[in-house]
Design a protein around this ligand. Sequence first.
Ligand SMILES: Nc1ncnc2c1ncn2[C@@H]1O[C@H](COP(=O)(O)OP(=O)(O)OP(=O)(O)O)[C@@H](O)[C@H]1O
Ligand SMILES: Nc1ccn([C@H]2C[C@H](O)[C@@H](COP(=O)(O)O)O2)c(=O)n1
Length: 220
Amino acid sequence: MIVKINGIVTIDGVAASGKSSVASGVARALEIPYLSSGLLYRAATWAALENGLTFDTPEAGRSLTALLGSWKEGGQPLTLRPLAGGNQIWQGDHDLTELLHTAQIDAQVSAAAVLPELRGWVNAELQAVTPPFLAEGRDMGSTVFPQAEYKFYLYATPRVRAERRVLERQQDLESVEAALKLRDERDARQSAPAPDAVRIDTGGGTLPEIIAQVMGHLSS
Ligand SMILES: Nc1ncnc2c1ncn2[C@@H]1O[C@H](COP(=O)(O)OP(=O)(O)OP(=O)(O)O)[C@@H](O)[C@H]1O
Ligand SMILES: Nc1ccn([C@H]2C[C@H](O)[C@@H](COP(=O)(O)O)O2)c(=O)n1
């Protein structure tokens, strides 16, 4: 059965719960783009670190958004390319995507994402996109697109998520699990999923099965 979406689908969830992988699979099946809000937060964190900005001063948020604004004015904006196979972030003609999934960015991104000015910048970037699309992150169905047609929330135990992550990165299981728990705790202080989202435990199936579960809700 072909499912047609004209509006917005949101997928929120905890770190490494499978948001991007599930979003990519569902977006491909629906033939619509998906937008990774986490990638925008990661890119802004990278920009701050590259330019010696810190996140713990009263002017941190303004300094960071001023930097992003100056890049835009200079014709080198951070740009999200919402490719269905995997989102990319470019600055001018440089693809930054590979630089954004490091342990250093993982450790710093929650501190950047707490800044209201940065949250406003990310939300405005996403809200400028014309539907249909799928948006994934932490607060897509609650704050950014409360009007979404369909909302999902993905979760899994820290151990399941850490076991998956160590397959992608050269790190040991215990430290990955500890870092995920810390990021969960920090992220939960600044963003909450929509209470009306369908909750899916991604530990309960393979990736194709979880994608099929989401598709089942969209077609019913
Ligand atoms: N059943 C499953 N559901 C979702 N992801 C799975 C599943 N099984 C394995 N994975 C794997 O889990 C890993 C983490 O997924 P992904 O990067 O999509 O998560 P994420 O929530 O977007 O992460 P982050 O919050 O760090 O950006 C990927 O390697 C993905 O292939
Ligand atoms: N809607 C969002 C999306 C992301 N963040 C922050 C918090 C995350 O730790 C970080 C990286 O996101 P991920 O790649 O893990 O999806 O970005 C947020 O606060 N709100």
